[in-house]
Design a protein around this ligand. Structure first.
Ligand code: ATP
Ligand code: MG
Length: 258
């Protein structure tokens, strides 16, 4: 199982939209998919038509080492994937996690128990840099950073780079940014085109060729509780996430990665 973490400390850049629609596209390409929502907003969860979890056991208990991930899996046969829902009580998780030893390593350990059941686990992370995001990053095989092509996005990217360096220093990991995804792209905007070109020039190895265009249906689909491909298979947002899935398969499924 490859663990793909979609992260950016900056909010509203398309993390959840990307996690959900990339996962659906990989599932449509025959990959076995687990989605994991570790954002207290639980947008990924509701975007799949699933309820946020308020029950006794939630993902927070997993992160505190009191429950298994397996017990929380919800099957979504219509979309050919499984999801572990997010929960509003993730807000308190970060505080409580301080009481366990090496808290940000727990998620990685729990995910390894599911490694044989899936080809990919995609994790949607919150727009902040606390223990939840660090837990996800530490578990990552591949880190994907979505960003909009605007001035503050470059600062957000630099902040993510610094964060990853800090995590590597503190934990001896060897994490890096594996994919930078341009989202909500508006071809008409000169500034967006300029920033996009600059990214291609300076970070060509990491930048995905696929660009996700601005597409109203991508923003509307979550209210129907479905990935966009199940609403309009020909929408430009659908086709863009299919292309991204193809690129991920080409780039990440080399034989050297378990
Ligand atoms: P947060 O940091 O709050 O978790 P996020 O990074 O997960 O946000 P999303 O929720 O995916 O970002 O997207 C932010 C908003 O932009 C949402 O309303 C979403 O529907 C919309 N959106 C995302 N991608 C696109 C797109 N390509 N075209 C149009 N709207 C989009
Ligand atoms: Mg989100």
């Amino acid at each position: 199982m490859r663990i793909l973490v979609v992260a950016n400390q900056k909010g509203g850049v398309g993390k959840t939209t990307t996690t959900l629609n990339l996962a659906a596209s990989l599932a449509a390409a025959g990959r076995k998919i687990l989605l994991l929502d570790i954002d207290s907003q639980a947008n990924l969860t509701t975007g799949l038509g699933e309820k946020k979890r308020y029950e006794e056991t939630t993902i927070t208990d997993v992160l505190l080492d009191d429950a298994s991930l397996e017990s929380l899996i919800q099957r979504k046969p219509d979309f050919k994937m499984d999801v572990i829902p997010g929960s509003p009580d993730l807000i308190s998780a970060e505080l409580e996690m301080a009481r366990v030893a090496d808290p940000t390593s727990i998620l990685k350990g729990k995910l390894s128990q599911l490694a044989h059941n899936y080809d990919y686990c995609l994790i949607d992370s919150p727009p902040s840099l606390g223990m939840l995001s660090v837990s996800a990053l530490r578990a990552a095989d591949k880190i994907i950073i979505p960003l909009q092509c605007e001035h503050f996005s470059i600062e957000g990217l630099e902040a993510m780079q610094r964060t990853i360096i800090e995590i590597n220093k503190a934990t001896g990991s060897n994490l890096k940014i594996d994919g930078i995804l341009r989202t909500m792209f508006d071809q008409e905007k000169e500034r967006a085109r300029e920033i996009s070109e600059k990214l291609e020039q300076s970070l060509s190895q990491q930048v995905f060729n696929t660009i996700i265009p601005r597409c109203d249906l991508l923003a509307e689909a979550p209210s129907e509780g479905k990935p966009i491909m199940y609403i309009d298979p020909n929408a430009k947002g659908t086709l863009a996430y299919f292309a991204l899935a193809g690129e991920i398969i080409m780039r990440f499924e080399d034989k050297n990665v378990a």
